[in-house]
Design a protein around this ligand. Structure first.
Ligand code: FAD
Length: 117
């Protein structure tokens, strides 16, 4: 089947949105089990990402820059960094990771209520 760049980009935007929003909602001080859950999720996300070419590039990135899941700030900062590495390869602008704080809002309206895991 022919490549469809529009669909590929749309999938990318939706995926990054979920990815970063998940980091923004990750506990500030997770349990060891929560940290392992996020690490496992990220590895499986990289393995199962529907665009195979993207997935294999991303898996290489994860080898070079292992997921940081010790807490929300580390995870969000790490995710911003690896997304910027993808941006670099695709010749896109760098995102200012200092602005990641309030950028990803899940819209849930229950800040602090959700328990991961
Ligand atoms: P996107 O990169 O989709 O970003 C969406 C929005 O997120 C931006 O508008 C900005 O507001 C914000 N943002 C940008 N950078 C950051 C950051 N560093 N941290 C936080 N927020 C940020 N496409 C390919 O063609 N080839 C690939 O190999 C490829 N690999 C991919 C691998 C993965 C794991 C994912 C999730 C996507 C991949 N994509 C790939 C898709 C690509 O990254 C883009 O999603 C797509 O090209 C649309 O780009 P965009 O300019 O709309 O912005």
């Amino acid at each position: 089947k022919l490549e469809n760049a529009t669909a590929k980009a749309e999938l990318g935007r939706a995926s990054w949105r979920l990815f970063h929003t998940m980091m923004a909602r990750f506990p500030e001080t997770p349990t060891a089990e929560e940290s392992l859950a996020l690490k496992t999720y990220i590895q499986l996300f990289a393995r199962l990402y529907p665009c195979g070419d993207c997935a294999s590039h991303f898996q290489k990135l994860l080898k070079k820059y292992p997921p940081q899941t010790s807490g929300r700030n580390a995870a969000a900062g790490w995710a911003c960094f690896v997304h910027n590495e993808v941006n670099k390869r695709l010749k896109k602008e760098q995102f200012d990771c200092n602005k990641i704080g309030d950028f990803y809002d899940c819209g849930c309206g229950d800040e602090g209520a959700k328990k991961a895991g």
